[in-house]
Design a protein around this ligand. Sequence first.
Ligand SMILES: Cc1ncc(COP(=O)(O)O)c(C=O)c1O
Length: 394
Amino acid sequence: MAYFTAYDELEGLMRERLGRECLYVPSCRLGLYLALRHWCPPGGRVLMSPVNDDVIFFVVLAAGLRPVQAPLDPHDGSIDLAAVPDSLWPQLSGVLTTNLYGNPDPAPELRARCDALGIPLIEDAAHAIGSEAAGRKVGGYGEAAVFSLSKHTAAKAGGFLAPADPGLREALAKARDELLAPPRASAELAYWARPYAEATVRGLRLAPAAWAVLRMLGQQEREDIRMALRPGDLRRALDTAPGLAAFHSWVRVDMHDYRASGGRLRLGRIARKLSRLDAVLDAHRTGAERLLATEWARPKPGRVQPLFRVPLLVEDRDAARAALARERITVGYLYDPPLDDYAGAAFTDPSPAPDAGRWFAHHALPVDPLKAERTIKVLHEAGIQPARGGPAGV
Ligand SMILES: Cc1ncc(COP(=O)(O)O)c(C=O)c1O
């Protein structure tokens, strides 16, 4: 079929970049579901970051796994290995990294831990397509890594599942194909119309047709940063796990066609965006460098990564967000509260040391490096202060 030919082209571009086998998936969330189903037997516990998209939390639940929230480094939201108690490791059957905003989790150390325990490391590399950990590409450490083409490439669809073992390609492709939904003309049309619909809404010419397109794509389902949890419905869905069907209403938020195989138009647009990725990464690196030199940043030593967002740490995040909104700069990718506070002990093991993650989630202002200059100007004019204090030791 035509879309398989187009997959080949996309996979070739990514394979060259990553140096690993790459399998096209219609979204990172579907790729993560596939990876967790393949490598983590249902019923196990998986260490993950409490500062991740709630969609990914529901993917872990749909895979029949119990999330365990990790302690975080309050400077950048990466997993803080030193704060994981020794007694926790033997309870785990897998580790899922987040590489939040492109800041890498401590992959070499996590790799060593997972090897010692004989459990898989799965990398959520959605935000980290050009990042490196200890001189090696993020996505090169785990049994599998999953990328999203909706982030740096802004293709609003697509991703890759990259297994360490190329011999698994056929089995994973078969599992993927069983999960794919065939292209639907209405979804393809909505995908095509989305950039225009967003531009119309952004320009405050609130055409009803534009809102209808955004609703169809799942863009209007959050009243707050986190989606409504609906604990009763979630408990019933858990009885059916593993399986995606009962979790569909949570997993599809922000992207209703997360399982769509994609038609020619969609795959063509994705290929065009992917072929321009290097220029985009350069621009992200330049903007990140600029933002990391401001008073709100806590840069780490080493080469600047082409961050997807730069988490500035500000005292009053909501005031900063409001000041930016007045200048039509939308701050997305906020993950506050952390997942253990959001979901509670009924659905996840809490972090053994939650304060640093809470503090980070509350103060982090994820800034788009492509809007660095405008953002810095607005924050200065609004008198936004760097975050003070913090959990012990910050
Ligand atoms: C950290 C992280 N992982 C995974 C995803 C899911 O990516 P996709 O929308 O391609 O399914 C997101 C989406 O925002 C994300 O922020």
